[in-house]
Design a protein around this ligand. Sequence first.
Ligand code: FMN
Length: 415
Amino acid sequence: MIDRRTALRWGGGAALGVAGLGLARAIDQGVIPILPRPGLDAWGDWNNGRHNGPLALVAAGVLASSPHNTQPWQFAVGRLGVDIFEVPVRALGAMDPFGRERLAGLGAAIHNMALASTAIGRSAHVRLLPDAGNPLHVARVVLGPEGERMAPHPLVAAIGHRHVDRGGYAGGAIAPAKVAALAATAGSPLVRIALFDAASARGRRFADLTIDATAAIAADADMMAASHSWFRHERRDQDRLKDGLGIATSGVSPFIAAAGAMLPDQPASEGPYWLASTRETALPTASLFGLILVADPWDRRSALLAGMAWQRLHLTATRAGLAAQPLNQLPEMIDRERQLRRPPRFARAADGLLDDVAWRPTFALRTGNPMAPARASPRRPVSEVIGAPARLDWDVEQARAETAAQDAALARRGK
Ligand SMILES: Cc1cc2nc3c(=O)[nH]c(=O)nc-3n(C[C@H](O)[C@H](O)[C@H](O)COP(=O)(O)O)c2cc1C
């Protein structure tokens, strides 16, 4: 028989063991933040000006928004600029069956890079889809001459502080000048921006449709599996992969985030949590809803331009002290119905949000007054996104052209 003293000793040992395991888990999961966070270094790299020349463009590009933080990009850096390539395997599957959102993420990166050229004092010329023979080559950013002394664009300062805010917002109106600045971010005649008060009839329709679309996604096992494949529950995965979504940026309070991080991953709770937070937090606390509209959402150039517009809008919001979050459940369900050749219930319902049904929604969002600063999400740094498939033959072509021009000049002088 076990006496009382032995039982107490065993009990105490077990309690210490459990506490020790809890402590180890808390450190491992970043709840006790004593380990470095390599997934967040890319923010410091940009904010501290670690990279010079064309590499600075990549440092800004990697901080762009992308669907589920998939970062579907690869960069080839040359003396005269940077080429950007789509990486189709960094995909969202049934959540983005046509790669429309992937291209929007690439557009966001292109926009950051064009802005970043002014941070190194140079202009930039962007050519979208420059190579008809290689559709994955989505853009070439050509830098203006060295020594131009361009002043930094006013949005440059927001690049390193722009974070999606998935928490509750404080409510209240947004100053008309700020609304006008957001409305002016389309950036191309192929893109339009529609903003409407959350409390307006259109705002209520938007909220109802977004809840419907969220419920439809939550009930779609393939969409939820695709979404979850980019969820990084373990801090080690966040540090190793430096991509995807995590509980810390999901909009829950720091206390809930810490408690959730201590538990094992709960994929089955993702759909119900998402529906509840959309219905109870995201929609009712927003001041404004917005749609980015294009004539053809599945046209690759339009998708890139829409992503550039979203990035411009979010940087403008950040600069104005506003919070913002994409709420793309409606466009995602429009794609899903199109993929499965179902009757276009969500596309038809979206007509009720539009002034002109020829302009289709490709991106939806909310904005408002923040309650607390939004947190940064991980990024793969410059060193992990440059290289193959490099396109350095561009530099070689340019060097050849320059040499030929010099030879011709010499020959003329020699005459
Ligand atoms: C095309 C596209 C669609 C997105 N859709 C959503 C969305 O529906 N809900 C959401 O919370 N965030 C959405 N995002 C934001 C990304 O999840 C976010 O940019 C990414 O996780 C990186 O976080 P950060 O932008 O705060 O750095 C979307 C971003 C892009 C480019």
